[in-house]
Design a protein around this ligand. Structure first.
Ligand code: NOJ
Ligand code: CA
Length: 699
C-alpha cells in the first residue's frame, strides 16, 4: 500500500435528502436517497448525463418480509482510498485502487432490522453492495430475491447472452435492449443445457452502448457465498432487475449475519478503452490470502485435447458402446484412445523442443465410456488411469524433459462425487508433480436440481480453489461460474473458461469473427480465460472431407489472440504436426509472454475491433495484438509507448493480402522492421483477421 488517505465523517441524519458521491475525477456522480416510504434508491450520472435513472435497492426474505422499505438513515460514513497493489500474475504489475466510499447505515424501524448499503465510486464506475450487520432481529435468513434495479435511460445497443443458469457458452447477440428475446435464439449450436426460464433474461457482464456514445457495463464482483446475478430486462421501459440463480429448493441464498452480498457494478465511459482496461472488478475483491505465492506461475501449454475435439482420437479407451463394461474394467480398446503413454510422450517431446511449460492430458482416467448424461454419480474417481496410460512413466518422462504435466478432472457435473474424491485426487497430483489442474463441469449438476450458477456451486468453485491452494495447485476451471475477480483473493485460481471458447469452432456453428472482440468487454472483466487459441488448421475438412465446420478466423488472428485475450495460462491448442508445418508463425506463440508489466488498450470497440499492446513483465519487449470482426480493417499504430532513443526489432505477423477467414484463412506473411518510439505501424487486417507483433530491443 503506497498511500492511504483515510477521511472519516460520521454524520447523523434524520432527513430524507439525497446524498451525492462523486468519483475522484468528479466525472461520475452517484446519488443515494430514501423515498418518502423509506425505500433506498440510487441514480448515476456521467459528466452530468443520466446513466441510471432512479432505481430501487433492497432484498426480499423468505419469511415474507422485505428489506426494501420503511428505512431511515441512522448514519453515514465516508472514506476515500488511493493506493495500489501488485497482482501475482496480471495485465500490469501494479493496479491502482482509487475510490470514494460512502456507507449508509439504515434502520427499518418497525422490524428493528439493520441494513447497510455501501457505495464505492471509481473513475470508471460505481459499485455497491448490501451488508447485513450482526443483530438480534436478523441472524439466520433466506434471501428469496434481490430487488436491485438498473433503470436505464434508453434503448441501448446491447451485447447479450441468455440468462441460462447452467451455461455461458453462447455467442453474443448484438441487438437493442428492446429486441432481447431468448425465444429468437438459434440454440442448435452445440449447447446441451438450456436452463432458461424467461425470454427476457440475460447474463452479466452486460455490455451496452447508448445512442449518444456512452459505454455502459453492468456486472458484479466478489461473488462469494451467494448466487450469480442474472438480469431481467423490461424491453419497454429498459429497466433491468436482478434475478438471483435459485437453488434446488427455489431459494436464492442462505445467509447468517454478519454477511455481505457481492458488489453490483456499473461502469460507464465515453471511451470504450476505459471499460475494457478497468481493474474495478479485481479491486473490489479481497486481497490475496496466500502467504507464499512463489509456486504460482504462468503456464503455456500444449495437450491431448484438440485431437479429440476434431475427432482424431477419443477421451474414452474403449468407445462408449462398451460403457456397460466400464465397471468391470473389462474394456475392449477402441484403438482411438488419445491419452496413451506413447502419445503423451510425443506431446512432452514437442513441449520440451519448443519451450512450453506444460502438457495437458484429457481422457487419462477411467470413466469416459459412461461420462455423459449424468446417469452415474460416481462415474470418475480421478485416480485410476486407463491401462494404456502409465502415470508414473509419463511423470518420469516429463520430469526428465523439464516439462510439467497438467491434470484433468472432468466431473461431468457430479460435484458431490468430486468433493468426495478431491483430496485423494490432489494427493495423486502431488505424488506425480502436477502443478495445475483443469477441472470440468459438463452437464447437469449432482446434487440434482442445483445449477452451475447457484450459491452451492459458487461455494464449490471457490472451495476447490482454496483447497487446491493448500496443496499448492493452480486451477483452471471449465463450465464453472464466470469469474468475478476471485483470482485476486486466491491467485492460484489462474484461469477459467466460463464462456464460449475456441472448442465450439471444431464441432458446432462456432464463434463468429466478432466474438473475440466482445469477450474482453464481458467475460474477461472478471478474470483470465482459457480460450485455447492457436488453431492453424482452420478448416475441419482436413480431418474429414465431409466436415464443414471451421474456426472463424485467419491464422494471423489466432496469434493476435495471445495478446488480446489476457491469460497467464495459454494453450497452443492445435496438434503438434500442424505447428510443425508453420514453424515461422508458431514462433510468435513460443515468444509471447503471459505475464505483464503494463498493458495499453490502444483501440477498442465492442463487436468490431480491439488493439492492445503489453510489456513483458521480465524484459523490455512489447507484444501487440490487433483483431477485427468480419470486416477488414486498416489502422495506424503510433509506437510512442516505446522508450525514446531506443531501437527495437519488430516482427509483424500479418494476414496475407488475399487472406479472408472464410475463403483463405491460412494466408499470412511475416516481416521484420526496425522501429523506434517515433515509428508508426500500418496494420492491414483481413476480414476476420488480425495482426500480432513482437517488439524486442535491438542489440
Ligand atoms: C468441455 C471443456 O471445455 C473442454 O475443454 C473439455 O475437453 C471437455 N469438456 C471434456 O472435459
Ligand atoms: Ca466448455
Amino acid at each position: 500500500m503506497k498511500k492511504l488517505y483515510f477521511l472519516l465523517f460520521v454524520l447523523v441524519f434524520s432527513s430524507i435528502s439525497a446524498q451525492q458521491i462523486q468519483s475522484p475525477s468528479k466525472e461520475i456522480t452517484l446519488e443515494f436517497s430514501l423515498s418518502s416510504l423509506g425505500e433506498p434508491t440510487y441514480q448515476v450520472r456521467y459528466k452530468w448525463k443520466e446513466v441510471v435513472k432512479p432505481s430501487k435497492l433492497g432484498i426480499s426474505l423468505k419469511d415474507d418480509t422485505a428489506l426494501t422499505t420503511g428505512f431511515s438513515i441512522l448514519n453515514k460514513k465516508e472514506t476515500s482510498v488511493d493506493d495500489s497493489w501488485n497482482p501475482v500474475l496480471g495485465e500490469q504489475s501494479s493496479i491502482k485502487n482509487n475510490y470514494i466510499q460512502v456507507s449508509f447505515h439504515l434502520l427499518q424501524k418497525e422490524a428493528n432490522r439493520k441494513l447497510d448499503i455501501i457505495f464505492k465510486v471509481y473513475d470508471e464506475g460505481v459499485a455497491f453492495r448490501y451488508e447485513f450487520p450482526a443483530q438480534d432481529a436478523l441472524s439466520y435468513f433466506i434471501v428469496s430475491e434481490e430487488n436491485t434495479e438498473f433503470n436505464l435511460t434508453g434503448d441501448h445497443k446491447t451485447f447479450w447472452i441468455p440468462g441460462d443458469y447452467d451455461s455461458q457458452e453462447y455467442v453474443y447477440s448484438e441487438t437493442k435492449l428492446s429486441e432481447i428475446d431468448n425465444s429468437k435464439l438459434d440454440l442448435n449450436n452445440g449447447i446441451a443445457l438450456k436452463s432458461i426460464e424467461s425470454n427476457y433474461r440475460v447474463q452479466s457482464p452486460l455490455m451496452m452502448k447508448s445512442n449518444d456514445g456512452l459505454y455502459i457495463n453492468i456486472f458484479e464482483a466478489a461473488v462469494v457465498n451467494y448466487p450469480v446475478m442474472h438480469l431481467n430486462v423490461d424491453i419497454e421501459s429498459f429497466k433491468l432487475s436482478s434475478q438471483l440463480v435459485p437453488d434446488a429448493l427455489g431459494d436464492k441464498a442462505y445467509l447468517r449475519t454478519p454477511s455481505v452480498t457481492p458488489w453490483r457494478t456499473i461502469m460507464v465511459s465515453d471511451d470504450a478503452r476505459k471499460v475494457v482496461s478497468s481493474k474495478m472488478i479485481l479491486n473490489l475483491n479481497e486481497p490475496n490470502q496466500l502467504e507464499d505465492t512463489s509456486w504460482i506461475k504462468p503456464m503455456k501449454y500444449v495437450g491431448i485435447w484438440w485431437e479429440m475435439h476434431v475427432g482424431k482420437s477419443t477421451w474414452d479407451f474403449a468407445g462408449s458402446q462398451n460403457a456397460q463394461n466400464a465397471a468391470s474394467k473389462d474394456l475392449i480398446p477402441s484403438g482411438k484412445h488419445g491419452a496413451t503413454t506413447e502419445n503423451t510422450k510425443r506431446y512432452i517431446d514437442f513441449a520440451a523442443k519448443h519451450g512450453f511449460d506444460g502438457v495437458l492430458v484429457e481422457g487419462w482416467n477411467v470413466g469416459w465410456e459412461d461420462w455423459f448424461g449424468n446417469w452415474k454419480e460416481d462415474v470418475f474417481d480421478f485416480t485410476t488411469p486407463y491401462p494404456d496410460f502409465n502415470i508414473k512413466e509419463v511423470a518420469d518422462y516429463a520430469k526428465a524433459k523439464g516439462v510439467k504435466m497438467i491434470m484433468h478432472h472432468e466431473t461431468s457435473g457430479s460435484v458431490a462425487n468430486y468433493e468426495r474424491h478431491l483430496d485423494r485426487a490432489f494427493d495423486l497430483m502431488k505424488e506425480y508433480d502436477y502443478p495445475a489442474v483443469k477441472t470440468g463441469y459438463v452437464g447437469r449438476i449432482i446434487p440434482r436440481g442445483e445449477y452451475h450458477d447457484g450459491q452451492t456451486m459458487v461455494n464449490h468453485f471457490n472451495f476447490v480453489a482454496q483447497r487446491a491452494a493448500d496443496y499448492k495447485i493452480m486451477v483452471n476451471s471449465h463450465e464453472s461460474v464466470r469469474p468475478t475477480g476471485y483470482s485476486r483473493t486466491y491467485p492460484n485460481y489462474i484461469a477459467a473458461e466460463a464462456a464460449r471458447g475456441n472448442e465450439f469452432n471444431a464441432w458446432s456453428s462456432g464463434n463468429d469473427p466478432k466474438h473475440e472482440t466482445i469477450l474482453p468487454f464481458t467475460r474477461l472483466l472478471g478474470g483470465a480465460m482459457d480460450y485455447t487459441p492457436g488453431i492453424f488448421e482452420i478448416k475441419m475438412n482436413i480431418y474429414d472431407p465431409t466436415k464443414t465446420e471451421q474456426v472463424h478466423t485467419t491464422l494471423a488472428k489466432q496469434l493476435a489472440l495471445y495478446v488480446t485475450m489476457y491469460s497467464p495460462l495459454q494453450m497452443a491448442a492445435d496438434l503438434p504436426e500442424n505447428y510443425e508445418r508453420y514453424l515461422d508463425a508458431f514462433q510468435f506463440i513460443k515468444d509471447v509472454p503471459l505475464d505483464w508489466q503494463e498493458s495499453i488498450y490502444l483501440e477498442a470497440e465492442p463487436g468490431d475491433y480491439l488493439t492492445v499492446v503489453r510489456k513483458d513483465k521480465n524484459s523490455e519487449s512489447w507484444f501487440l495484438g490487433s483483431i477485427t470482426d468480419k470486416n477488414p480493417r486498416k489502422t495506424e499504430i503510433k509506437l510512442d509507448f516505446l522508450s525514446p532513443n531506443k531501437k527495437y526489432k519488430a516482427i509483424i505477423y500479418q494476414d496475407g493480402k488475399d487472406a479472408d477467414w472464410k475463403i483463405n484463412p491460412k494466408s499470412y506473411s511475416i516481416k521484420e522492421q526496425t522501429v523506434t518510439s517515433k515509428s508508426i505501424l500500418k496494420l492491414n487486417l483481413a476480414p476476420g483477421g488480425g495482426t500480432a507483433v513482437s517488439i524486442v530491443p535491438a542489440n
